[in-house]
Design a binder for this molecule. Structure first.
Ligand SMILES: NC(=O)c1ccc[n+]([C@@H]2O[C@H](COP(=O)([O-])OP(=O)(O)OC[C@H]3O[C@@H](n4cnc5c(N)ncnc54)[C@H](OP(=O)(O)O)[C@@H]3O)[C@@H](O)[C@H]2O)c1
Length: 307
């Protein structure tokens, strides 16, 4: 890993950069943009790239990483790449083939982090969101402890340097942590986290178990109509964030990102806009005061954008 990169140590000895580039874009955005923006993000200094099979852009994101290695901007070991095991692949026999499919799309030999995307299984098959004739999602019954055991094997096989989870609550984490014969603890739990949903209890639990919390939706999410209720308040227009931003001559987005870093949370920032991608790197260049942190803590109001 690049020595200039600001990282946290994971419980398996690997390092994760505290700022990550979010690559998810809705279906209507051409996939070629993922290639362009990921290359740009690497050019301006992002070293942690968050992606997933579900996003259907691993081919382009992998191409971006490989092209930045080929032109000498980075080495493979400078990049921290996360992929996620989608819910239709949670049956033990489907786990390693799913990771191998991601690696094939990426044209990479390993991912730095492979995480269970969501703690609920969906019916296996081609459909990412299998539905019955009434449009209801078809779930599957899988013991996530068995899924976890295969992830441990993928780590041993070198296909993933580290393994973790996403969208797990405390009880679901405990189930893995208390599993008889556990070989590796999850290194992280990636969850929705921002000033309106600061996850302080889950963060304390994760810290006490040496699990890194990774924040998504840290800028208030993309407010996509299929996922987010449009009547929810817009995070980056919050008056407290705006006032702190003005005081530091920064933007509300940078305040929301910096807040996470100063509480020991790894933070993802999605942007497909070059000016904002560049801006988001500036989060490493200033500090919030304890009073600022306290004021932002006070915004916690249980607003969960992803319902
Ligand atoms: N594990 C999971 O279940 C899960 C769920 C959701 C997301 N994620 C991951 O987390 C990443 C980030 O979350 P997210 O996609 O919900 O979005 P987000 O990081 O909260 O960003 C929301 C929006 O903020 C805008 N933005 C970015 N930088 C900005 C700036 N400096 N000033 C003003 N606006 C700015 C972006 O729009 P522009 O593109 O127009 O700049 C973006 O659409 C995703 O891309 C994905 O990698 C994971």
């Amino acid at each position: 890993m690049d020595p200039k990169c600001q990282c946290l140590e994971l419980n398996d000895g690997h390092f994760i950069p505290i700022l990550g580039f979010g690559t998810y874009a809705p279906e209507e955005v051409p996939k070629s943009e993922a290639l362009e923006v990921t290359k740009f993000a690497i050019d301006v200094g992002f070293r942690h790239i968050d992606c997933a099979h579900l996003y259907q852009n691993e081919e382009q994101v992998g191409q971006a990483i490989r092209s930045k290695i080929a032109d000498g901007t980075v080495k493979r070991e400078d990049i921290f790449y996360t992929s996620k095991l989608w819910s239709t692949f949670l049956r033990p026999e489907l786990v390693q083939p799913a990771l191998e499919k991601s690696l094939k799309n990426l044209q990479l030999d390993y991912v730095d982090l492979y995480i269970i995307h969501f703690p609920a299984a969906l019916k296996p098959g081609e459909e990412l969101f299998p539905k019955d004739e009434n449009g209801k999602m078809i779930f599957d019954t899988v013991d996530l402890c068995r899924t976890w055991e295969v992830l441990e094997k993928c780590k041993d096989a070198g296909l993933a340097k580290s393994i973790g989870v996403s969208n797990f609550n405390r009880k679901q984490l405990e189930k893995i942590l208390n599993k008889p014969g556990l070989k590796y603890k999850p290194v992280c739990n990636q969850v929705e986290c921002h000033p309106y949903l600061n996850q302080s209890k889950l963060l304390d639990f994760c810290k006490s178990n040496d699990i890194v919390l990774v924040a998504y939706g840290a800028l208030g999410s993309q407010r996509l109509k299929d996922w987010v209720n449009p009547s929810y308040p817009i995070l980056l227009e919050d008056p407290v964030l705006c006032a702190i931003a003005k005081k530091h001559k920064q933007t509300p987005a940078l305040i929301a990102l910096r807040y996470q870093m100063q509480r020991g949370v790894v933070v993802l920032a999605k942007s497909y806009n070059k000016k904002r991608i560049k801006e988001n790197m500036q989060v490493l260049d200033f500090e919030l005061t304890p009073e600022d942190m306290k004021a932002i803590d006070g915004l916690n109001s249980n607003v969960r954008y992803f319902t």
